[in-house]
Each structure stands twice: as structure tokens, then as C-alpha cells.
Design a protein around this ligand. Structure first.
Ligand code: ATP
Ligand code: MG
Ligand code: FE
Length: 339
């Protein structure tokens, strides 16, 4: 089946067409990063306005790329949450209008289910699998025993990994979004500062990054008072070493404990070179397959929404015309509903 998918939960207006949940037929992403950069982060009102301006153009562009018309499309899918409410509503209403006008079924998708299913555009899933979700708003370890089932076995108790990257980047006066900037700097520096790693209680798969973030801020502040300067490259390298160490170690332990066949990485921070390298090394000699999406499918896109929607479509899930943007939709509630 062909699914046209729409994603507008944050600051990318994205439309894709995906075949059978595994083949990418068209993928268009209109990024707003330049409009938000001067504010140092995403401004919700600006995001909504851009989505309104872009959505029709991006839908048409995706159909053109696929050399298809709406007649060739079997269903329309859209991110219903979580995300910025005003931004979500633009996508949801566009999807409803499109589906209604062309008499196509409508499917609501959870944004994080989308991030996970980006991996299925690369390789078929083998269950049980463990997904490390690391994005701007989420840091979770999710166990999947079958399609459409998501068990959160660990999550951050404070900041998300991407959020920590963005905040530390701001402390280093790097432009938004800070993740890619720090990643790049880290490769030019030395791990010379011993930043803390929050392992939490023995056996816990939860995460915490706020202590690390504060430690970076305090270290820079104290150094300044003493007249010492740390090279930003070294701060970036040391910070990244701490984040990657905790993420990779907990993922490895959970993968072993739950005896999974695959480990899949999802979300914007999956683009991180340090994390990709460490995980690749860690699973190199294991009978566990590691999947990490290509860079373009790590950060927000609609291809991943189309991939997740395919499973919901096959499981018979259909949204009603009362579908709404749900800024705080949980994966558990989405999983239950899609059964
Ligand atoms: P969520 O998916 O939780 O709703 P989001 O959609 O805003 O949040 P994504 O688009 O998945 O998040 O990812 C964006 C985040 O990924 C930002 O915090 C960004 O700094 C981070 N990021 C992107 N590339 C890298 C990288 N190479 N290294 C580290 N972080 C990165
Ligand atoms: Mg984004
Ligand atoms: Fe995202």
C-alpha cells in the first residue's frame, strides 16, 4: 500500500510517501531552523506560521517527487502527538482535509513510534527488539515484542539527551541546534575533563542528564573565576564522552538482559557520530544486530511516520474525522489504542 504521511510536530514541515512501510517513494522536509536560530530555540508561533505557509507546497512536492496523484494513495497518515500543539494542528487539519476530499482512510501516528520505525525503511524488524530513543524531547529504552507494542523499560528523569546537548551548546555560545555543533567540536578535542555519569540505582535503565549539564556550566564558571580557560573542543569532547558512555552502556546491559535480537537507535541524537561509533563497537562481536538510520532519517521527517502508519494500517487502525493534535500523547496509550 502507498501511504502519504505528514509530520509537523516541531520545526520541520515534512511529507513523505512510503510503500508497504519499507520503501521510501518520496521524502520532502522543509526545515525552519534558520527562522528559529536567532532566538536560540524553536518559537512555537513562528513554527505554526511556517507550517501553514509550507504544508500545501510540501504535499504537492512529495506527490510530484513520487510521480503520483492522490488517486494512487491508499491512506493519509499524520503525527497526532506529542509535540507543539499549534504545530501539530496544522498537520492534522491538512491530513484530515486531504483524506476527506479524496475519500481515503486517515491514520494518527505517535511521533516517537515514527522515530523508531524510521529503521524499518532500512531493515526488517526482528523481535524482541530494543530501541534506544534519543531526541530533543525524549530519552527512552523501549522493548518491542511485536509490531505496534512498546514497553518503556527506562526513561530520563529530567532532561532529554538532545536537550542536554542544546543547553550545553548554548553555554558554549554555539548556534541552535547545538547537537551537531558539539558533535563536530568533540572530534577536534580531548576528553580532558572528568564529567559525572549518572548511573542511578543498580539495575535501573533510567537516565538523568541535568547533573551533567549543571556540572558543565559550573566547571566553565569556576574556570573563568580562576582565570583558567578550557578549550571548547575539550569541553565538547568530555561532555560527549559522558553522554555516550551512559547511553551505550545502559543500552548494552538492557539488550543482554532482555535477550533481544536487534537494537535500533532512533531520534535526532542517533545522528551523533560518537554514539554511532561506540554502539557499533559494542555490538560488533554480539549476535545482536544494530540498526541506526541514515542521518536524514534521524531528525524529524515524514518517512518515519509513513513507516509506522503502515503497521497501524495493516492492523486496521483508522482515525475518525474528530482526530485532534495531542501534545502529550504517551506511547503506552498509543500502543493500547492501536491494538
Ligand atoms: P522529540 O522527537 O523528542 O519530539 P524533536 O523532534 O525536537 O524531539 P529530533 O528532531 O528527533 O527532536 O532531534 C533533534 C535533537 O537532536 C536536537 O536536540 C539536536 O540537537 C539533536 N541532534 C541532532 N544531531 C545531533 C548530533 N549529531 N549529535 C547530538 N545531538 C544531535
Ligand atoms: Mg526538529
Ligand atoms: Fe522528533
Amino acid at each position: 500500500e502507498y501511504i502519504l504521511a505528514i509530520e509537523t510536530s516541531c520545526d520541520e514541515t515534512a511529507v513523505a510517501i512510503v510503500q508497504n512501510g519499507t520503501e521510501l517513494v518520496a521524502n520532502v522536509v522543509a526545515s525552519q531552523i534558520d527562522s528559529h536560530k536567532r532566538f536560540g530555540g524553536v518559537v512555537p508561533e513562528i513554527a505554526s506560521r511556517h507550517h501553514v505557509e509550507q504544508i500545501t507546497i510540501v504535499i504537492e512536492e512529495a506527490l510530484k517527487q513520487a510521480e503520483m496523484t492522490m488517486d494512487d494513495v491508499d491512506a493519509v497518515a499524520v503525527t497526532e502527538g506529542p509535540g507543539l500543539v499549534g504545530a501539530l494542528l496544522i498537520g492534522v487539519n491538512a491530513a484530515k482535509a486531504l483524506a476527506f476530499a479524496h475519500q481515503k482512510p486517515l491514520i494518527g501516528v505517535h511521533h516517537i513510534a515514527g522515530h523508531i520505525y524510521a529503521n524499518r525503511l532500512e531493515e526488517e524488524f526482528q523481535f524482541p527488539l530494543l530501541s534506544l530513543v534519543v531526541s530533543g524531547g525524549h530519552t527512552e529504552l523501549i522493548l518491542m515484542k511485536e509490531h505496534g507494542s512498546f514497553e518503556v523499560i527506562g526513561e530520563t528523569r529530567d532532561d532529554a539527551a538532545g536537550e542536554a546537548y542544546d543547553k550545553v551548546a548554548r553555554t558554549l555560545h554555539l548556534p541552535y541546534p547545538g547537537g551537531p555543533q558539539i558533535d563536530q567540536l568533540a572530534h577536534q578535542g580531548e576528553v580532558s575533563i572528568d564529567f559525572p555519569r549518572a548511573w542511578l540505582e543498580e539495575g535501573s535503565f533510567d537516565f538523568s542528564f541535568s547533573g551533567l549539564k549543571s556540572s558543565v556550566i559550573n566547571t566553565l564558571h569556576n574556570a573563568k573565576q580562576k582565570g583558567i580557560t578550557h578549550k571548547p573542543e575539550d569541553v565538547a569532547a568530555s561532555f560527549q564522552a559522558s553522554v555516550v558512555d551512559v547511553l551505550a552502556t545502559k543500552t548494552y546491559k538492557a539488550a543482554k538482559q532482555y535477550n533481544v535480537k536487534q537494537v535500533i537507535v532512533a531520534g535526532g541524537v542517533a545522528a551523533n557520530k560518537g554514539l554511532r561509533t561506540k554502539l557499533t563497537k559494542q555490538f560488533a562481536n554480539e549476535a545482536i544486530t544494530l540498526l541506526i538510520p541514515p542521518l536524514a532519517l534521524c531528525t524529524d521527517n515524514a518517512a518515519m511516520i509513513g513507516a509506522a502508519a503502515s503497521i497501524a494500517y495493516q492492523q486496521g487502525h483508522r482515525a475518525g474525522w474528530d482526530l485532534n493534535g495531542n501534545p502529550s500523547l504517551t506511547l503506552e496509550r498509543y500502543a493500547k489504542r492501536s491494538k
